[in-house]
Write a protein that binds this ligand. Sequence first.
Ligand SMILES: NC(=O)c1ccc[n+]([C@@H]2O[C@H](COP(=O)([O-])OP(=O)(O)OC[C@H]3O[C@@H](n4cnc5c(N)ncnc54)[C@H](OP(=O)(O)O)[C@@H]3O)[C@@H](O)[C@H]2O)c1
Length: 459
Amino acid sequence: MISLFRAFPNGVSVCSQILTRRSVHHNAGVKFQGSVVTRRREKFETNNHWTSENVNELIREDSELPGHIRAKSNQFIKEIGDTKTVLLLGSTGTMGPYFLETLCNMEQISNVVCLMRGNNDVVYRNLKSWQHVKTENLHKVTCVNGNVAFPHLGMSDRLWDSLTNSVDAVINCAARIHHTEIYTNNDSNRDARAVNVGGIKNILEFACENRLKHVFHAGTFLAASKVREGVIAEGWPEDVGDFDFATSLAYPITKFVSEMLFKEAAKRGIPCKVFRFPIVTGNSKTGKFCLNNNHVMLRYISILTNGAIPSSPMPMPMLPIDQCAEISMKIFFHDKGGQSDLYNITHPNVDIDQEFVQVAKRFGKRVSLVDDEEFAKSLERDLERGTNFGAFKNYYVKDQFWKKYRCHLPLFKFWRPGNDGYFVSKKLETLMPDIYDPEERTMDYVYKDLKFAKNNGWF
Ligand SMILES: NC(=O)c1ccc[n+]([C@@H]2O[C@H](COP(=O)([O-])OP(=O)(O)OC[C@H]3O[C@@H](n4cnc5c(N)ncnc54)[C@H](OP(=O)(O)O)[C@@H]3O)[C@@H](O)[C@H]2O)c1
């Protein structure tokens, strides 16, 4: 199979998430963000005609898994411990490189096939800059062209045939993450619905064609739809209506719909594990992260600069990127039961946003709690200074966006200040008590990342 594809040259060495395509712009710091953010603002303002009822209807339509996507009676599934060949989707993104690194270092894995839209230079650059993958393991990686939003994942027939017969497991980190796009049926093959919902159907079709495969899916807490006894429910979503009127923003909806699709796929015999990740922070040891497209860190830099943070309490569930990868991969590969399931992966003790005031003090800055209108004015100053986080002003001011999100999204709606147990995962407590005992608070992660940002001259 390897000869079909362009393999990496030998002798390259490996990475952290930072040297992705996005890092090319690091030197431009915060200012670079402007063009990206401004484009986003235009996009969400032009979709206002779409009603909540339309959104609810589309959620139902999209949550239907096509009938042919199911395990067949003549198929059997290999033990996950016997997995040798993995298809990795999203290897050029923020999280993907961490999964690539882990896979390369696993003895049992002999092939990691990275499906990507562009050319393989990005992964090649990552591999060149990584420090942790042994040189002798680099031959495991091959790159193929494709696109999850297209039928057969955009592969040629020959490639589809070859990979559906040889891959044992799929790891999906491919997604369109766009925090202001509206969930509509506009027949695009590039929007969040096409990639995060259509893409999941294509991935599940791949998983049950020829050889039956295990599937790993990177999910998000924003898709959480139920709370039980004060804790976020950690299982498949119960009802397709659980997200009705929660939001019209595409990203959380597509991730909820994908949970519904995985639930159905699991019922039909495709072994799937979904991992809900929190806000992913930089490396746990170095704080290294990529600023570009990182809404949370851009926001904290803006808050630090303007000295104003919204006073409405908000939980900030977080975990460093390497810990997200390590915990989820351990569960995926070492769970002997091989059952399909959904896991909440985050720090059990989540700080609230306003505790950032203490982080600011460690940088010698004073940050005050202000109401939403005052916060919006501070974003205006950002815009004037050209630091561009201000382009999100409308997002924080207009009722239909952030304000609605904060009040209606199940994750936030059921949270109460002081509810420390809200994010605790019973599954992680049981499966890996050692790892699931972090000494640091979530705001310590933010401090570490900001130190890294400061050292890089980003503020
Ligand atoms: N980062 C976080 O804070 C966070 C938090 C919670 C959950 N998650 C979840 O973790 C997953 C990965 O997130 P991330 O932060 O790594 O995202 P990211 O940095 O935006 O990367 C997305 C990846 O998906 C690829 N991709 C996008 N559209 C594609 C398509 N049509 N076909 C094939 N590949 C496509 C991108 O490739 P290109 O290089 O071609 O664009 C890129 O490699 C997502 O499912 C996300 O929901 C992330």
